[in-house]
Design a binder for this molecule. Structure first.
Ligand code: ATP
Ligand code: MG
Length: 310
């Protein structure tokens, strides 16, 4: 297990990270979320020893990582796109070079690189130097390097940046295989919350360098309301907000967008919406549109950060 405990990092007098602690186990995919500047990249850089942190400890299976020479063989990372790979080599040559740098070579490594190269759709570009690849394919080459020696833990800082829809889909499959088949633990930062929701079981949320939330995706969602009902009326006068309020039990929140005139109700249990719909039907209230949907991780996360700012 990779354990991060009390991690702090200052740039001049500003805290980039303040007392951040979390664990990452083999076989799990964890999202590291947060607004721009919240400390995600600083966390990833600290874990893969690209920067010195000021306080805290990072251990791998109980061993402090700063004194372990073998540590970097067990961690692979993609940071800031493809800037750290050699642009004059092909993707495969880069992967081979990266694996050798970490002390890995031989048939098994080559087989792994070849399989990943195909899975990433890089075969048709196998002869091109990285500098001649498109942005998305450069990103894939960086990913190939990080995964080439099958490290126990993989850190991906915004891996979907610049990737097209199909490649994001392929990447999801590859990431799931890393966790499920190779038992690798993955920590992924992304602003693409749909991508995160598809692959991650747990999320860690940073806010201004501090840990705001850690737990299951479902726990993040349940911190907020579970459902949202959106209602557009044909005659807004017919159903004033005050009378809508009396129809809900338990925890709920009603908001109206004055521009679209759509009323949103956030609530806890699906039965509550049935009572509401029953009332609309009975009173013959004329509606233009009604939608009920479970809250996405995106909405739960935005609400969490918003509530912290208030
Ligand atoms: N080399 C540096 N020198 C000074 N300040 C830095 C440096 N690197 C990061 N910071 C600051 O540390 C804080 C955290 O930055 P970090 O890059 O970790 O955020 P992030 O969550 O990755 O943001 P983004 O979503 O934009 O990638 C920010 O306030 C940033 O300005
Ligand atoms: Mg970043």
């Amino acid at each position: 297990m990779l354990s991060i405990s009390g991690l702090s990092k200052c740039y001049k007098d500003k805290h980039a990270l303040e007392n951040v602690s979390f664990d990452l186990d083999r076989g799990e995919i964890v999202a590291l979320l947060g607004a721009n500047g919240s400390g995600k990249t600083t966390t990833v850089q600290s874990i893969c020893k690209l920067i010195e942190y000021d306080e805290g400890t990072i251990t791998l299976d109980g061993e402090p990582t700063h004194s372990s020479n073998a540590y970097l063989q067990k961690v692979g990372a993609v940071l800031g796109g493809s800037r750290n790979i050699n642009w004059r080599l092909t993707a495969k040559q880069n992967a081979d070079y990266f694996a050798r740098l970490r002390g890995f070579s031989g048939t098994k490594i080559h087989q792994n690189i070849n399989e990943l190269h195909s899975a990433l759709g890089l075969d048709e570009h196998s002869k091109k130097e990285v500098m001649k690849l498109s942005t998305g394919n450069k990103q894939k080459a960086a990913l190939l390097c990080a995964l080439s020696y099958t490290p126990d833990f993989v850190l991906l800082d915004e891996p979907t940046l610049g990737l097209d829809f199909q490649t994001v889909d392929d990447l999801q499959t590859i990431i799931k295989q890393c966790a499920n088949k190779q038992n690798q633990g993955l920590l992924i930062t992304s602003h693409d919350l749909a991508f995160i929701e598809n692959i991650c079981s747990r999320v860690i949320v940073l806010h201004q360098g501090k840990l705001l939330f850690k737990g299951d995706v479902s726990a993040l969602k349940s911190k907020m309301y579970k459902y949202r009902l959106s209602l557009q009326l044909n005659d807004r006068q017919q159903f004033p907000l005050a009378s809508m309020q009396s129809l809900w039990d338990g925890r709920f929140a009603i908001t109206e967008n004055p521009e679209t005139q759509i009323v949103d109700v956030h609530f806890e249990t699906s039965e509550q919406s049935l009572k509401f719909i029953h009332h609309i039907h009975e009173q013959k209230i004329s509606i233009a549109e009604l939608k009920i949907a479970p809250l996405s991780v995106d909405e739960a996360y935005q609400a969490l950060v918003k509530s912290e700012k208030q």
